[in-house]
Design a protein around this ligand. Structure first.
Ligand SMILES: NC(=O)c1ccc[n+]([C@@H]2O[C@H](COP(=O)([O-])OP(=O)(O)OC[C@H]3O[C@@H](n4cnc5c(N)ncnc54)[C@H](O)[C@@H]3O)[C@@H](O)[C@H]2O)c1
Length: 279
């Protein structure tokens, strides 16, 4: 297995790009990278929020810029890569982290909602790879790509079909990418969090309101459950620290809070293995 491409504690002065950096896990990664002396490009679809986040980091002495980007749009992600390379002369760490979720049964979720989630959650990381990797490889600088998936990318998850499909895709993208990058000086990790205390559920509610979606009592109950359980879950800053450690140690799977869920994943694989016909 490949080691880290960075010398231990040598992120100082390196450049990180984080998508979905205005809130939650992305905002936390930007803080942790800034505190490690990295120069940071904060990118998000939410203009005011990403500019405010960058201003806060700057007030803490971090060299950073904000760029509004919809990660579902390849041209916008390509412009983000161009701006990052122009501003800082290179990119060492790309965290494709922006994400959203809809709620509903797979056969009832609208085409618009399927497209919205797949755009941010799956096309975001794909666009990141296609826009950033050619430039990163050309630069010959050490690099690391961190794609945010979810534990939902490793197991079945009801009522969040598009999210689950996209996150399985991000795990597949990252697994293949690691093999394709072989012995280059660019490593890959896939971040698969369980529940983290972020703004993701309020944003699900905003989407439901914006699209006038009529939710059943059962699905409202699922949202209420998510609201409460996420509010009492892990601090995103702890996830940011784990991402930094995974870059420095070259850990492929980053699993911040998976102890109970790993039993479910294990049972899935046992079912799979037990289904192989005997020779
Ligand atoms: N919070 C959790 O429990 C949890 C668990 C597993 C995985 N995740 C994943 O973590 C990542 C970050 O989510 P979070 O929980 O911090 O939520 P969050 O809502 O706090 O942050 C997500 C950010 O992404 C931005 N964003 C949404 N769509 C975008 C787009 N098309 N282009 C650019 N930016 C966009 C939002 O404006 C927001 O600032 C997501 O990929 C999410 O799926 C979260």
């Amino acid at each position: 297995m490949k080691g880290s491409v960075f010398e231990v504690d040598n992120l100082n002065g390196k450049v990180a790009v984080v998508t979905g950096a205005a809130s939650g896990i992305g905002r936390a990664m930007a803080s942790v990278f800034g505190a490690a002396g990295m120069r940071v490009v904060l990118s998000d679809i939410a203009k005011d929020a990403v500019e405010a986040a960058a201003a806060e980091l700057r007030a803490d002495g971090v060299d950073c810029i904000a760029q509004v980007t919809d990660v579902a749009d390849f041209d916008a992600v390509d412009a983000l890569a161009q701006k990052s390379f122009e501003t800082y002369g290179g990119v060492n760490v790309l965290c494709s982290n922006a994400g959203v979720s809809s709620i509903g049964k797979q056969w009832e979720i609208s085409t618009d909602d399927w497209t919205w989630v797949m755009g941010a959650d799956l096309w975001g990381p794909i666009n990141g790879v296609r826009a950033f990797l050619p430039r990163m490889l050309d630069s010959n600088e050490p690099g690391h790509i961190v794609n945010t998936a979810s534990l939902g990318g490793l197991m079945g998850s009801p009522f969040v079909g598009p999210y689950s499909v996209a996150k399985h895709g991000v795990v597949g993208l990252s697994r293949g990418l690691r093999l394709e990058l072989g012995n280059t000086n660019i490593n890959v990790s896939v971040l698969c969090p369980g529940q983290i205390a972020t703004g993701i559920v309020p944003k699900m509610r905003e989407r439901i309101a914006d699209t006038n979606t009529d939710l059943s009592d059962d699905l409202n109950g699922v949202l209420d459950y998510l609201d409460t359980s996420l509010a009492n879950s892990m601090d995103p800053l702890a996830v940011g620290e784990m991402v930094k450690a995974a870059i420095l140690n070259n850990t492929f799977y980053i699993l911040p809070n998976s102890a109970e869920i790993i039993e479910v994943i294990k049972a899935d694989f046992e079912e799979l293995i037990a289904s192989v016909p005997a020779l």
